[in-house]
Design a protein around this ligand. Structure first.
Ligand code: C5P
Length: 421
């Protein structure tokens, strides 16, 4: 699964490292959290500094490391109260017995224990310790107290330990911890999007990529569509709170996070699946696929052998998927695309009417800097006459930004009072 890193660029994580051999894993944890786009600040206890230096974390996090409670210099930069407010999540990994006991008792005699009391952010602890210390009654008692106080305790894993023992007490791998953090924020964002997003409560179906029309068992007719625009729109619709199904032709792209992907190959299969989706319920249908206009009349059962200087293959017209869906009695809001090399706006406006669309986005594929394989695009959006909405020019931008603007256009049209034609 791919992930849009910018999603978490406004999320702040305090990674608190306490004394334990697992502290070395926290260095990798910082890297993974940064990979996901989080802002990371590291707090270290004195015990942690016996295992790993603040300089390591400073280099990895790109921020100075916080170690002292009442160091005037540090407090002048970001004091413990500001640090507590800055955090969207405090992750203590590894969490030593001592830190867990301090949290449970409500002590405030160093930076981390004070921070714990001063923050409103969720606090997660990932205990890591010798298996006997983990099992010890005071540790379990303290952990129960933390759970009662609303702390999320990440269970340690079982296995061989640095001290030679075998049992529970290993800190989970940094990749796992980073993923749990990502999932937490992702679910929180999703919950907000499902309630307040521009497409909250809508079911969106998107066709994307090329289709592949078989000639024989080993050959086919297709085109250069990469599917990037359709995939970017799927991601944007999901971020806007929609339930998204992506009917993807053969492309080599990762499925956007949270999107249901159904791979199809030919135009006929894409149409079948589109009709099926319509039956399941669809509020918005977005046709970005570069559907092959023609398919081979009769697909050869066996590989066609080389013979003679010419080969004639008879082609028949493929169904127009978007136009077919637009003709259905319970039709969704229909969005089409037009890729043209000349008279772009004129052709697009014609297709809007001919295919009975509600909205069409058109671009000039003769421009080398946008369209097809490019990561950028520029478009003009037209709305059907009954919407009485002005056309919109979407200036050249990344396909992600264009997708976001298309979502806004769809939202605006859906919420626009339609005038009878
Ligand atoms: O007619 P043209 O291919 O230019 O129309 C482009 C629009 O129609 C796009 O939205 C495309 O996904 C859709 N289309 C379709 N089925 C076809 C051909 C085009 O859904 N057979």
């Amino acid at each position: 699964m791919s992930f849009d890193l910018s999603v978490f660029s406004n999320k702040n994580i305090i990674l608190a490292v306490t004394g334990g051999i697992a502290a070395y894993k926290s260095a990798i944890l910082v890297r993974r959290l940064k990979d996901y786009g989080f802002n990371v600040r590291v707090v270290m206890t004195h015990g942690a500094q016996a295992f790993i230096t603040p300089l390591t974390f400073q280099a990895l996090s790109g921020n100075s490391v916080h170690t002292e409670l009442l160091d005037p210099e540090a407090e002048a930069g970001m004091g413990h109260i500001e640090l507590a407010r800055w955090a969207d999540l405090v992750l203590v990994a590894p969490a030593s017995c001592d830190t867990i006991a301090k949290f449970a008792a409500g002590l405030a005699d160093d930076l981390l224990s004070t921070l714990y009391l001063a923050t409103k952010a969720p606090v997660w602890v990932a205990p890591a310790m010798n298996q006997q210390m983990w099992a010890a009654k005071p540790t379990q008692r303290n952990l129960n107290t933390l759970v009662e106080d609303g702390v999320h305790v990440i269970m340690p894993e079982a296995g061989s330990q640095a001290c030679g023992d075998v049992g529970l007490g290993r800190m989970p791998e940094p990749e796992d911890l980073a993923e749990q953090v990502k999932n937490y924020f992702h679910q929180a964002q999703r919950a907000i999007a499902e309630k307040f997003g521009l497409l909250a409560g809508k079911r969106v179906v998107i066709t994307a990529g090329p289709t592949r029309e078989a000639i024989d068992p080993v050959r086919y007719i297709s085109n250069h569509s990469t599917g990037k625009m359709g995939f970017a729109i799927a991601a944007a619709c999901y971020s806007a709170g929609a339930k998204v199904t992506l009917l993807a032709g053969p492309v080599s792209l990762d499925t956007p996070n949270g999107v249901r992907r159904i791979n199809v190959s030919s135009a006929i299969k894409m149409l079948d699946e589109s009709m099926h989706q319509l039956e399941e319920g669809c509020d918005v249908f977005i046709a970005t696929a570069a559907v092959a206009d023609y398919r081979v009349a009769e697909v050869a059962e066996h590989k066609i052998k080389k013979a003679g200087d010419e080969l004639n293959v008879s082609l028949v017209k493929n169904p127009d998927i978007v136009a077919t869906i637009a003709q259905q009695s319970k039709r969704p809001f229909m969005v089409g695309f037009a890729a043209e090399t000349r008279n772009v706006e004129e052709y697009a406006a014609g297709k809007l009417v001919a295919k009975k669309l509600d909205m069409i986005a058109c671009n000039d594929v003769s421009r080398a800097d946008i369209g097809f394989a490019s990561d950028q695009n520029a478009m003009t959006v037209f709305f059907a006459e009954q919407y009485q909405m002005e056309k919109r020019d979407l200036e050249k931008a990344s396909k992600q930004e264009i997708a976001q603007q298309l979502v806004e256009a769809i939202h605006d049209a859906l919420n626009h009072k339609i005038e009878p034609v």
